[in-house]
Design a protein around this ligand. Sequence first.
Ligand code: R5P
Length: 284
Amino acid sequence: MTTIVSGSASQTLAAALARELEKPLATVEYDRFPDGELLAGVPDFDDDRAIVVASTVSSDAHLELLQLQDAVREAGAEEVVTVLPYMGYGRQDAAFEAGHPVSARAVARAVSTGTDRVLTVNPHEKAVCEFFEPTATPVDAAGRLAEPLPADLEDPVFLSPDAGAIDLAETVRDAYGDGETDYFEKTRHSGTEVEITPSDVDVAGRDVVVTDDIIATGSTMSEAVGVLRNRGVGRVFVTCVHPLLARNAVTKLSRAGVEAIYGTDTIERGASAVSVAPALAAEL
Ligand code: R5P
């Protein structure tokens, strides 16, 4: 028998996955000691297989995942499957300066110690899966981002704000069933400053869907939307798999004039319009 165990940041998705797989959800209990240390436990867990679902959206969420993996083993689980809907630190997949860590590898190694298998949704680079010790499988859920889009998009263009995300834009276009695809080029100057070099795609009067894997500060998307606005675009929808939406990202995008922001539930936000549960269930 299998029980689903949810990290505190992934409760909606874990519940959707439990419904999809028709498996029970464990009760997770929490404590915090006077020195600030966390404790996440599964007092009633009594099964031989656990699926731990935890987006590592913060350092505490990372720690909580390690504790939940250990707690289910301690309670007798023979197989532990770890689902990282959003893998935190995944974008730090190289040492970008001398003396810097490969943070994605460091966290993957830690997660690997407590699991027999890993699934992660649309990692920034699929190559991060190689950092895990057991088999790690990337799950592509981008196609679902077409679902909330209006059916009456005007001569749509599905655009990625940089070359790395063109596959996602193509997946969303294919799922929508109609439209052109294109991409801009991006140069990142700092954590919050990016420069967009547009292509010569004609967007005047057309509706544009801009797709990326992650919206973090919203800098990439708002710059891309600014370029589109200057070119007389129709409506602009922004979609992403992981709606991190840190700091003032939603305000930035609203001020840039986007019609709507659609993301998945890998990160639970107001913009989480579609669930990746069916895509995960298909791999479990
Ligand atoms: C980076 O290459 C990613 O694909 C995203 O474009 C990036 O993480 C978005 O970050 P932000 O919203 O802070 O510009």
